[in-house]
Design a protein around this ligand. Sequence first.
Ligand code: ADP
Length: 367
Amino acid sequence: MIEILNILLIEDNPGDARLIQELLSEDTFIHIDTAERLSTGLEYLDEEKFDALLLDLSLPDSQGLETFNRVQDSFPRLPILILTGLNDEELAPEIVRKGAQDYLVKGQVDRNLLKRAIKYAIERKKLDDKLQRTMKELEAKNKELEDYTYTVSHDLKAPLVTIQGFSDLLAQNYNDKLDEKGRHYIDRINQGSERLTNLVSSLLELSRAGRMTKPFDWHDFNVIVKDSLESLEAKIITANVKITYTEDFPRIFCDDMRLSQVVNNLVGNAVNYMGDQESPEINIGWKESGDYYEFWIQDNGIGIKEEDQGRIFNIFERASDAAQGTGIGLSIVKKIVENHGGEIRVESEYGKGSTFIFTIPIKGVKE
Ligand code: ADP
C-alpha cells in the first residue's frame, strides 16, 4: 500500500509558503496543509493526524525557541523540522538537542533535500519513540526486579530470626543435656544463619541502593570521607591500617548517605583484603578529569587477579581466592555511582594492591 504523507507547514510568509508547496507539489504522495499562525497550526494538529510538521520559528504570535517548545510540549510524538530564514549556529544544535528532527535554512533546501529530510525525520522519530518505549519497559522491569529482591529478602528475614532465636534458646537452656557433637551442630546452625542474615541484609541494601534516600544536593566530599572513616574507626584501628587523604575534596551533587556507603564499602574492602601486608596503607584521593571528578581508594593489599577484575562488580561475584564476604558490596557501590551519573573501575596488580576509581560529573547529574 502506498502511504500518503500528511504534512503541516506553519509559515506566515506567503512567498515562503508557496515556495515550499511548490517544492513538494510534484510529489503526489505528499499532502501539505498550511497555517499562518502558531495558534491556527496547533488547532489543525488537534483536529487532524499529521505525519510531520515544517515549522517556521518567527510567527506573528510566537517567536524563536518558544515556538518550538509550544508545539513539542503539546505534540511530543510529532516529528518537527525547523524551517527558518536565518542560519543560527547556536540555536540549531540546541533545538535539535531538544528534540527537533532537523533545522533547515530556507533558500538552502532544494526539492530532493526537503523530501529526504521529511522522510528521514519521520523514520528517526519512529525509532526514537521505540527507543523511549523500550527504555521505559526496561526501567519498569528493573524496578520490578528491585521490588522483587526487596520483598524476597524482607520475607526471608522473619523465619531467619526464628531459626536464630530457637537455636540460641537451645544453646542456652539445653547446653548440659547435649554432648559435644550436639553443641557443634548448634554452632554450625548459628554460623549458617549468621551468614544468611548477612546475605539477606546485603540484598536488602542492594534493592534499596536503586532508590535514593533523599533528593540530591551539593555536599562537601571531605565530610563524606570523614564520616565514613569515623564509622570504620574500630575496624581500621584493629587492622592497624594507615589512612592518608587530602583535605581539599570538592563539593559534589549527590545523596550524601549513599556516597558515604560507597566510601564505606570501598575502604572496608581495602581493609578486609589487606592479606598479611606488614604496613597496610590506604590512600583516598581525587583529581579532575574532563567533565568529571575522579575519586580513588588505593590499597597495598592482596590485589585482584586480572581474570577476576571484570566480574567482581557483579552480584555474588568474588575473586577466586576470597575467603569471606557475600559478593554484594561492589554491586551496591556500582549501582549508587551509576545513579549519580558516574562509573567505577578497578586497577589492580595481584599481590601488590588495588585502586578502585569512581567518577562523579562535576556539574552533577539530573535526577
Ligand atoms: P565481598 O567483599 O562481600 O565479597 P564485594 O562485592 O565487596 O563483596 O567484593 C567482591 C570481591 O572483590 C571480593 O570478594 C574480593 O574478592 C574482591 N575485592 C573487593 N575489594 C577488594 C580489594 N580492595 N582488594 C582485593 N580484592 C578485593
